[in-house]
Design a protein around this ligand. Structure first.
Ligand code: SF4
Length: 207
């Protein structure tokens, strides 16, 4: 697999926010979001080829059983499923972050999928792979990065049209662009069960 970096930090998002977590960041992405916060991993050439055994050796150095596979876009790596299967066998709990443009149908069972729904200000909203909504399971999350009121209205509409009210829906402000209290106010006004999150690792100055 092409790996950009492997590091140990605090999970800054999701229902696992605040927990120590090992991050495996793959290299290469098929999208170009306006607010991309990991531009260093967008190109395939930013990664180095690591075998699954090499990745396992690195992550075993950390006393932690939670892993976040992120990118770039992890689902572009042809050996992603063999990696996930080995991690499952080694009793890791796995969060897999995907940009929402690739099918999640063939992922092994037991992975918690964190699926981005790109909003209009990302410039990538048309790339959402809609069939992924059929594969949402209990703990999977839908994540919406909100840069403006139009993005929030898009999110409300998306949740309503696709009957996603009972799913885990998380909204996050674009870092440095939208104030979290504005976003929190919109959530309170809309009366929906939507979770507001800010990226804890950024507040803490962590990677
Ligand atoms: S999907 Fe993620 S890595 Fe790719 S451009 Fe968007 S924010 Fe950056």
């Amino acid at each position: 697999l092409l790996i950009s970096e492997i590091f140990f930090s605090i999970e800054g998002e999701t229902e696992f926010q605040g927990l120590p977590c090992i991050f495996v960041r793959t290299a290469g992405c098929n999208l170009s979001c306006s607010y991309c916060d990991s531009p260093g991993s967008r190109s395939f050439s930013s990664g180095r080829e690591l075998a699954i055994t090499d990745i396992l050796t690195i992550i075993k150095k950390y006393a932690c059983s939670l892993i976040c596979i992120t990118g770039g876009e992890p689902l572009l790596q042809k050996d992603i499923n063999p990696l996930l299967e080995i991690l499952i066998k080694n009793n890791y709990q796995i969060l897999l972050e995907t940009n929402g443009s690739r099918s999640v149908a063939d992922l092994p069972a037991g992975i918690i999928k964190i699926i981005d729904v790109k909003t209009p200000s990302s410039g990538q909203a048309e790339n959402f792979y809609r069939k992924n909504l059929l594969f949402l399971e209990g703990k999977d999350h839908l994540k919406y990065i909100i840069g403006c009121r139009e993005d929030f209205d898009f999110t409300l509409d998306f949740i309503a049209k696709n009957h996603l009210e009972e799913k885990i829906n998380i909204v996050q402000p674009v870092y440095g662009k939208l104030a979290v209290n504005d976003l929190a106010g919109w959530v309170l006004d809309c009366g929906k069960k939507i979770r507001v999150q800010i990226q804890l690792h950024k507040l803490a100055g962590l990677p």
